[in-house]
Ligand binder design. Structure first.
Ligand code: FMN
Length: 415
């Protein structure tokens, strides 16, 4: 932590640009109305402090005008029965939408081989595209900007999730050893994957291309390519997984080829300004470590510049496992400096650290996972420095359409 703060401070004011006027707060208009709850007056007193909240400043991400820097991180919620997004997601996402706020949808499968968890959504069928439409509309009605995270799990799967019970596909034929699930009780068993043949790889690249087109058809403003957390793209990127001897394995350049071919195909399909990518070079989630994460992250940051994509979304080195924060001596600063587009950071951020990251120029935007999950009005709470709801891990992945999903309270009961 000390190292991270030092790095934030040592780069100030790298790439930090003052922004235009803030969106007027609802509170500013309503303070003084004697029928309002007392929390409103408390909020009003805090307005002076809110004026200097770096997270609540405007930012232009390409053609998208953001009114604040608090991004909804992609969050798998496992409530999409039969891999089809459900009507209850309309309320869930619209609760978290705000005018000029960027939301990234949960990881969404690109094909029928992409799945590895129960009830995760897809975007490869007409039915799925149609089911996304009212969800995207609801976010747009609230003025939100909505990207879809497109995903292939690769070997993080087993026969039960695969068409005809076939083996999951991967860069490798090495299986993942059984893992305790996020609930801390169940053990996930993974099947031995089938190593993709070189000539099959363009077909998977094409699945990402089609998924991106489908996302735009569903109304999304863009897509985030899921290149993080040990899933298929990461299985190619990381040298502790990728044991290929063809042009997709071995050297750094070869291991990054699959990811960059996907970026190129998706950019070609929907335009660079609608494309972001998420990477986690330092993470070893799902046994996906790399011997030189900084070199990997830097190579990708530089290579991505060629395509002019909208953003690079990077997971902090301290998140070696999703949801676990550990002290590390590394920082994303080299990648931040190398990448020319919008730089989003994620992983263990609170309000104060997010403000420091923005004010120092360490990042353009900060994504919040668990805090946003539990606080549908997180940007407003940050603006007011209001207390936060605590998240309940036990309901992260249950299939209930309400509990732990749309029942986290807003700051004011009248919202
Ligand atoms: C319930 C849950 C679901 C998640 N699902 C995804 C996902 O679908 N895609 C992804 O890239 N990361 C996923 N993550 C990781 C988060 O996006 C985020 O990187 C992580 O929670 C760290 O950020 P935080 O400390 O703000 O929560 C998930 C995390 C949680 C807790």
């Amino acid at each position: 932590m000390i190292v991270l703060v030092f790095l934030f401070l040592s780069v100030a004011p790298y790439k930090y640009t003052p922004t235009g006027p803030r969106r007027p707060s609802k509170h500013a208009r309503r303070v003084g109305d004697s029928c309002l709850p007392s929390s409103i007056f408390w909020a009003g007193r805090d307005m002076a402090a809110a004026n200097s909240v770096p997270l609540i400043t405007a930012y232009k991400m390409g053609k998208f005008d953001l009114s604040h820097r608090v991004v909804l991180a992609p969050l798998t919620r496992q409530r999409s029965y039969g891999n089809v997004p459900q009507p209850h997601a309309i309320l869930y996402y619209s609760q978290r939408a705000s005018k000029g706020g960027l939301l990234i949808a949960e990881a969404t499968g690109v094909s029928d081989t992409a799945q590895g968890y129960p009830c995760t959504p897809g975007i490869w069928t007409k039915e799925q595209v149609e089911a996304w439409k009212p969800i995207v509309n609801a976010v747009h009605e609230k003025g939100g900007i909505f990207f879809c995270q497109i995903w292939h799990v690769g070997r993080v799967s087993n026969h039960d999730f695969q068409p005809n019970g076939q083996a999951p596909i991967s860069s490798t034929a090495k299986p993942i050893t059984p893992q305790v699930r996020a609930n801390g009780i169940d053990v996930a068993i993974f099947s031995t994957p089938r190593r993709l043949r070189t000539e099959e790889i363009p077909l998977v690249v094409n699945d990402f291309r089609v998924a991106a087109r489908n996302a735009i058809e569903a109304g999304f403003d863009g897509v985030e390519i899921h290149g993080a957390h040990g899933y298929l793209i990461d299985q190619f990127l990381k040298d502790k997984v990728n044991d290929r001897t063809d042009r997709y394995g071995g050297s750094l350049e070869n291991r990054c080829r699959f990811a960059l071919e996907i970026v190129e195909a998706v950019v070609d399909e929907i335009g660079a300004d609608r494309v972001g990518i998420r990477l986690s070079p330092y993470a070893s989630y799902m046994q996906s470590g790399d011997s030189n994460p900084e070199a990997l992250g830097l190579y990708m940051a530089n290579a991505l510049n060629k395509y002019g994509i909208s953003y690079l979304h990077m997971v902090e080195p301290r998140m070696i496992n999703v949801g676990e924060k550990v002290e590390v001596p590394h920082s994303l600063l080299p990648m931040r400096k190398a990448f020319k587009g919008t730089f989003i950071v994620v992983g263990g951020y609170d309000r104060e650290e997010g403000n420091t990251a923005i004010a120092s120029g360490y990042a353009d935007l900060v994504a919040y996972g668990r805090l946003f999950l539990a606080n549908p009005d997180l940007p407003r709470r940050f603006e007011l420095n209001a207390p936060l709801n605590k998240y309940n891990r036990e309901t992260f992945y249950i299939q209930d359409p309400v509990v732990g999903y749309t029942d986290y309270p807003f700051l004011d009961s009248d919202l």
